[in-house]
Design a protein around this ligand. Structure first.
Ligand code: UD1
Ligand code: CA
Length: 452
């Protein structure tokens, strides 16, 4: 169920679009659901900002039901009837705002066998402060007879600390058979899904409770404070998972790693690193403190020194980048490259073994292998209107402080003298000098001192 507004988020954006652990709340739930059902058996009920919510889902094949007007969680499920009214099996229903749910718990709920006639099973837990949650009322056999919503709890029921975190697994048959009995006869004029528990139990099919002790996993996100709590927990989990898989993480509480990030064994993540999006780090790498990598691929044995900021870029094996370098828009540094401090690569490919050790801007360029880019080299790729390409062949030596005015081609093995402004193509193995001639005046400095 992902149609709600999320008023308590105080946001222009639907609640399920907010992110925790590097993905939206809804995608986090779908991730868990995929462990127990194939995509075509998953239906997301959307309503508030329906199109945006649909577009945000990155799993293909899941289906969407529309709840045009949000008339409660029970109504949300009614809207999915056409897509989910299977006559056999189990109907698993999840709140869209519980991103911490683990697949193993879902699996346990689905696999739980209940003896005798039962209408399904629900997860329950115990909270020191149950305020806001639906309270569990049990029958004389310990089955769940009813869920009482916060707004309806009587003073005696206030003491009940067993709550429903919004995780239901109904017998599909009974659920659809009795859904017509659901009414909006409460203060909020909403169809409460929780009332289905009482309805089905009343027909002689009580609902079995499955107690889950880890309340962290069951947290529903209603405010940004809870969102931050969920984010912290999800990142702790991710770091732990990577560590158990052979990655060293220094000061894990200080790093921020998104769910889909992959890191190979024996890599070391230093403190205060952020690995975002679909970043993949190979084996035996080191990611220096303060570095932020988004959607990047880093090859085995590569060292990212501190404070590198990189997006949508690839670095090969046994390369070295940073400190303080920036890679963006499809930058690619091949195996064994060396990118030093204050070097920016944009839409540029740096060939195998090439070096840009200090202070350079390489934009819209294709650089061959074993090229040396001297300190202060700039590709002038933009003329104020258009972007132009620079091509630098294998083995080229670009002297320090060269200004390469694109479009330009420096052919294989050519040599650019330091301080040159290069505006014309340079042929293979040639020396290009593009600077003012030096004039020396013998004795000038001494004479000047003599005057003082
Ligand atoms: C709900 C439960 C409550 C439980 C709590 C756990 C009901 C009536 N109450 O309360 O028993 O303890 O979750 O977190 O179900 N939604 C829709 N359409 C709607 C209304 C809601 O799709 O018309 C979706 C929301 O987007 C959200 C989920 O259902 O993902 C839960 O809705 P929310 O308003 O957060 O319910 P709670 O008040 O938290
Ligand atoms: Ca909620």
């Amino acid at each position: 169920m992902a149609a709600g507004l999320g008023t308590r988020m105080k946001s222009k954006k639907a609640k399920v679009l907010h992110e925790a652990g590097g993905d939206t709340l809804l995608n986090q739930i779908i991730r868990a659901a995929l462990e127990v059902a194939p995509p075509e058996n998953i239906v997301a009920v959307v309503g508030h900002q329906a199109q945006r919510v649909r577009d945000s889902v990155h799993v293909h094949g899941i289906r969407f039901a529309e709840q045009a007007e949000q008339k409660g969680t029970g109504h949300a499920v009614m809207c999915a009837r056409g897509l989910a009214d299977v006559n056999d099996g189990q109907l698993l229903i999840l709140n869209g705002d519980g991103p911490l749910l683990q697949a193993a718990t879902l699996r346990k709920l689905v696999d739980l066998k209940v003896t005798g006639a039962a209408g399904g099973k629900i997860v329950i837990t115990r909270l020191a402060d149950p305020t806001g949650y639906g309270r569990i009322l049990r029958d004389e056999h310990g089955m769940v007879a009813r869920i009482v919503e916060q707004k309806a709890v009587t003073p005696e029921q206030h003491e009940i600390d067993e709550i429903s975190p919004g995780l239901y697994c109904f017998d599909a048959n009974y659920f659809w058979q009795y859904i017509g009995e659901l009414k909006a006869d409460n203060a909020a004029r909403e169809f409460y899904l929780t009332d289905m528990v009482e309805i089905i139990a009343r027909h002689g099919y009580p609902i079995a409770p499955m107690f889950v002790a880890d309340v962290k996993e069951l947290l529903g996100i209603n405010t940004r404070v809870e969102l931050a709590v969920a984010d912290t927990i999800l990142r702790e989990r991710k770091a732990r998972q990577l560590m158990l898989a052979g990655v060293t993480i220094e000061n894990p509480a200080s790093v921020s790693i998104d769910v889909d990030v992959e890191v190979g064994i024996d890599s070391v993540i230093e403190a205060n690193v952020q690995l975002r999006g679909r970043t993949k780090v190979g084996e035996g790498c080191r990611i220096g403190t303060g570095s932020v990598l988004r959607d990047c691929e880093i090859g085995d044995g590569t060292v990212i020194l501190p404070y590198v900021v990189a997006e949508q870029s690839r670095v090969g094996k046994n390369a070295s980048v940073g400190p303080f370098s920036r890679l963006r828009l499809n930058a690619e540094a091949a195996n064994g490259t060396h990118i030093g401090n204050f070097v920016e690569l944009k839409k540029t490919r740096l060939g195998e073994g090439s070096k840009a050790s200090h202070l350079a801007y390489l934009g819209d360029a294709v650089v061959g292998s074993d090229v040396n880019i001297g300190a202060g080299t700039i590709t002038c790729n933009y003329d104020g209107e258009k972007k132009h390409q620079t091509s630098i062949g294998d083995g080229v030596f670009v002297g320090s402080n060269s200004t390469l005015v694109a479009p330009l081609s420096l052919e294989t093995g050519s040599f650019i003298a330091a301080g040159s402004v290069i505006t014309k193509n340079v042929e293979a193995d040639a020396l290009a000098l593009g600077r003012a001639q030096q004039t020396d005046k013998p004795g000038w400095a001494k004479r000047r001192r003599g005057k003082e």
